[in-house]
Write a protein that binds this ligand. Structure first.
Ligand code: HEM
Length: 750
């Protein structure tokens, strides 16, 4: 009786019919090269050629903002607004969208509207943000593809602040939505129960991501993480372990917000500013609410946390578990959060849901109106994470300043909110809309001054290339330098890249990995001095353009030496920035621990070995550069034969003709004439011995051999190693080279 029966045998079905077991269940250590193609063009229903910038600029922006503001003070039956105002819950939605950002790898943030997808849509901390997004769906629907979810979520946050009397600093559109769950971001080591809450026993202990105990001198959080707990955006509001310890909470807040690239003043401004609005929801115990969106029943239609109590919303709402508001007027921008925090003594109490919170000891303290029940007045509340701002000496100092100077507080929150919501957008050229505000140089934007001279044109390029080649700097050094300038780019937060020529400024000029570039930069400066100021019409060349041009000249010569004539594309117009406009501390986060492109492993790698292999970090860097697997392979093959290792070593060069753009890297890599042997105990370096003579011919690292060992990368390497591979390799290398040089050119590619 086969009719209606599943043709598959087991009770778990793999592939597209089900999930586990997947390749990575069988082979947990396999390099997940397919990550490079996640959220690829195939997933995008708008198509590759959709011009979002043009669509957004075509919006009736004033009408859009009016629509949002009108909606904010309405109320719908399936999720009535607290106090008749959706503003506070929308501010929280926008904050949570942005607050996933972490400076270490630039991932997270509001940029791609990842709050719509797993795992973030179902994080404990995002409880009921599904309602917020569903509430603004009619606005998204009305404006369609001209308004991304990412832009809508942040703009709704801004509109919410504005209708409650807060002067926002600015708003820039330009966020491009993702179309599938992000699988490239590491959110921490814990396997967790998605139905649990941070304080429930079913959650694994948070210690997995921590070193030491809260209060120890060396207490620290694993990089690149910023959240102190799996499935949270930042910290547990009830303090570490949910134990209500404000000082411990302050320590966690400082770590989490520093990883978000916020200093003490910004941190206080954000928390005190945010909690001037709205309330926390904790009428029902956590155990009673249904599963989060990702595992809710199909008829829940993508919504989660179904609440069986009463109507399940309004005065029955259960989100975090803490219950109450921080101020007597939660829909008005004022200084009462800080006034109350400092004006009263607070004692620990519990919410109806059983969560730890704080209420004023003083019975005469002001009360706050219920969000739904007319006439009912409730006590004010603080969370342990709010009390933290009062007990921590440095936070307290900032609070006292803001308490005495409401304007300073308003301005600090305004700027910090702008930074929070825009910091993963990259260069200001990406900013769209009538409310962008580009006249101030904000250091976190990595500003580059505008062009003040005529830029070089096609006619100048050939002469400049010749001048560079005539300096005697080797093609190898020129390629290394151009790549080093470009390699800081990360597509996550669009920071880094050649533009600005920050390679020649602190801190990049001082990084060990960049040592080889110092003499090259000096030579390029010589070429620059010989050119600038001597041209008719005031044409000048920037150092950044010269860095790229040097790479072009070197590659053209190397290709020609390999018997292939090519012109490497070159698009002038890069500008140079200044040391004053460079945030040294925040730029140091761009420094690689491992950079397989330049065969570099930092001394600090030992701290994370062997949990992460160099080749995994190499893959991560390739992903941050936005490379496909074929691009990655071609790029590395070219860098190796060009001799572009950071230390000039021959590891992985696999050629006797360094500086010739041959496919030797691939022919050696795929050849059975060699035997590969570990050259050290840890298996970090190798020799390639001639099988016949037994003589060691080449040396290599893991970041070389991976292109022959990994099956997906090897499949591409074979293409370039093949009899017809040389010309294809040169063509593909030149193409990916240009792509990498242009990664940060939002001034020309939009
Ligand atoms: C609400 C925690 C920082 C804005 C809440 C809630 C919690 C919380 C538990 C209640 C959620 C609910 O049950 O509905 C924290 C912690 C923070 C922090 C632990 C950092 C230490 C911020 C920041 C902002 C912000 C930086 C914005 C700049 C808000 C707003 C609400 C809220 C507007 C009210 C939401 C509503 O009325 O529905 N916060 N928060 N919070 N938070 Fe925060």
């Amino acid at each position: 009786e086969m009719a209606g029966k599943c043709p598959f045998g087991g009770d778990r079905i793999g592939g597209t019919l089900g999930t586990p077991p997947s390749l990575s269940d069988w082979y947990p250590n396999r390099l997940k090269v397919e990550q490079l193609h996640s959220n690829g063009p195939q997933a995008n229903p708008l198509g590759d050629d959709f011009d979002y910038a043009a669509a957004f600029e075509g919006l009736d922006y004033a009408a859009l903002k009016q629509d949002i503001k009108t909606f904010l003070t309405s109320s719908v039956a399936w999720w009535p607004s607290d106090y008749g105002n959706y503003g506070p819950q929308m501010i929280r939605m926008a904050w949570h969208a942005s607050g996933t950002y972490r400076i270490a790898d630039g991932r997270g943030g509001a940029g791609e509207a990842l709050q719509r997808f797993a795992p973030i849509d179902s994080w404990w901390d995002n409880g009921n943000t599904d309602k917020s997004r569903r509430l603004i769906w009619p606005i998204k629907q009305k404006y369609g593809s001209a308004l991304s979810w990412g832009d809508l979520m942040v703009l709704t946050g801004n509109c919410a602040l504005e209708i409650m009397g807060f002067p926002t600093y600015a708003f820039a559109g330009g966020r491009h939505d993702a179309w599938e769950a992000d699988t490239s971001t590491y959110w921490g080591p814990e396997v967790w129960d998605p139905t649990g809450s941070p304080s429930s026993d079913s959650m694994v202990t948070r210690d997995k991501r921590w070193r030491g105990k809260n209060g120890d001198a060396d207490y620290d959080l694993e990089n690149p993480l910023a959240a102190t707990h799996q499935a949270l955006i930042y910290v547990n509001p009830e303090g570490p372990y949910g134990k209500g310890d404000p000082m411990g909470s302050a320590r966690d807040i400082r770590i989490a917000f520093t990883r978000m690239a916020m200093n003490d003043e910004e941190t206080v401004a954000l928390i005190a500013g945010g909690h001037a609005f709205g309330k926390s929801h904790g009428m029902v115990s956590a155990g009673e609410v249904g599963p989060p969106p990702e595992i809710a029943p199909i008829e829940a239609m993508g919504m989660g946390w179904q609440n069986p109590e009463g109507t399940g919303f309004a005065e029955y709402t259960m989100t975090n578990g803490i219950e109450g508001s921080w101020t007597p007027n939660p829909t008005q921008w004022d200084n009462s959060y800080l006034e109350n925090l400092f004006g009263f003594e607070w004692e620990q109490t519990r919410s109806p849901a059983g969560a730890l919170q704080w209420t004023p000891v003083d019975p005469t303290a002001p009360k706050t109106p219920d969000a739904h029940v007319p006439g009912r007045m409730n006590p004010l509340i603080m969370m342990t994470s709010d009390i933290a701002l009062k007990v921590d000496p440095a936070y307290r100092q900032v609070c006292e300043k803001f308490l005495g100077d409401f304007d300073a507080f308003t301005q600090a929150f305004s700027k910090a909110w702008y930074k929070l919501t825009h910091r993963d957008m990259g260069p200001r050229e990406r900013y769209l809309g009538p409310e962008k505000r580009n006249e101030d140089d904000l250091l976190w934007q990595d500003p580059i001054p505008p062009l003040t001279h005529r830029t070089i044109e096609a006619g100048d390029v050939a002469g400049l290339k010749q001048a560079i080649m005539a300096t005697g700097v080797s093609p190898s050094d020129l390629v290394f330098t151009a790549f080093s300038a470009a390699a800081t780019y990360r597509d996550s937060d669009k920071r880094g890249g050649v533009n600005g020529a920050r390679l020649a400024l602190a801190p990049q000029k001082d990084w060990t990995i960049n040592r080889r570039t110092v003499a090259v930069i000096a030579a390029l400066r010589g070429v620059m001095a010989g050119f600038n100021g001597k041209q008719a019409g005031g044409t000048e060349v920037s150092l950044a353009d010269l860095i790229v041009l040097g790479g072009c000249g070197a590659i053209e010569q190397a290709a020609s030496d390999a018997g292939v004539a090519v012109t490497v594309p070159f698009t002038p117009g890069r500008r140079d920035t200044t040391q004053d406009l460079t945030d040294v501390e925040m730029s140091n986060w761009l420094k690689p621990v491992v950079d397989g492109f330049r065969n570099y492993v930092d001394d600090s790698y030992d701290q994370i070995a062997p949990a992460v292999s160099p080749e995994e970090m190499f893959l991560d860097k390739a992903q941050l550069l936005g490379l496909t697997a074929p691009e990655w392979v071609a790029l590395v093959g070219g860098l190796r034969v060009m001799g572009a290792n950071h230390d000039g070593s021959s590891r992985g060069t696999f050629t006797d003709r360094v500086g010739v753009l041959s496919n030797d890297f691939f022919t050696v890599l795929t050849s059975m004439a060699y035997e590969w042997k570990k050259a050290d105990e840890k298996g970090m370096t190798f020799t390639l011995d001639d099988r016949e003579s037994g003589i060691a011919r080449f040396r290599a690292t893991r970041c070389d051999l991976v292109f022959g060992a990994n099956s997906q990368l090897r499949a591409v390497a074979e293409v370039y190693a093949a009899g017809d591979g040389q010309a294809r390799f040169v063509r593909d290398f030149v193409k990916v080279w240009d792509k990498v040089m242009m990664l940060d050119r939002y001034d020309v590619r939009g």
